[in-house]
Design a protein around this ligand. Sequence first.
Ligand SMILES: *Cc1c(COP(=O)(O)O)cnc(C)c1O
Length: 235
Amino acid sequence: MTGTGRRAELAASLERVRERIARACLAAGRPPDAVTLTAVTKTYPASDVLLLAGLGVTDVGENRDQEASGKVEAVRGGGVGLRWHFVGRVQRNKARSVVAYADVVESVDSVRLAEALGRAAADREVPLEVLIQLSLDGDPARGGVTGDDLWRVSDAVVSSPGLRLGGLMAVAPLGEDPGQAFARLAVIAGEMASRHPGSTTVSAGMSGDLEAAILHGATHVRIGTSLLGMRNSLR
Ligand SMILES: *Cc1c(COP(=O)(O)O)cnc(C)c1O
């Protein structure tokens, strides 16, 4: 597809996603600017990121270090400034690489990872923002902390000078009404904000469930498919 064709396609899907967000905010009685859109551009090229930036997207998400680092370099080479969110599993030996380009790491789910990111971020000018990924289904295989591990990890983040605790991230469980799961997330987000004032980010909601997430207080939605199209590989 030509650049202009792709631009028109992305403009149309972005408009539809923005309308969904606005309608969901209205239904939830929240102001229309209460929710930030993070475009999850994994598997799509840097040229798409540049087009989205030109259309007003400010936040971009990636989930694999190798893919992300090259893409960030290509986009920055184009002189475009964006906020890069890392939303995938971080292997501890990749902490240094991720910290070099990410503004936010949304998927922190262990004390050891928090410590590794903290060491890697120690000499950053701006602290690395960290969200703790909360498991909503209790299945450790899908990532995320369960139970009181949340407080052990959040304490590790706040005690690290290179890191700033932003709040929580979650993915809706398979096979459960996402609204029910996001309602549990909202309760824990309230506890988080009272224990760590300022940690009020709630990153929840993807292409299929952004309305439910916004109804339950999401401040950031992470949208891939509805913006960029179906990915070839399931990830
Ligand atoms: C891929 C991905 C998304 C985007 O999912 P879509 O269903 O394509 O909108 C959101 N969050 C995470 C953590 C992802 O890996």
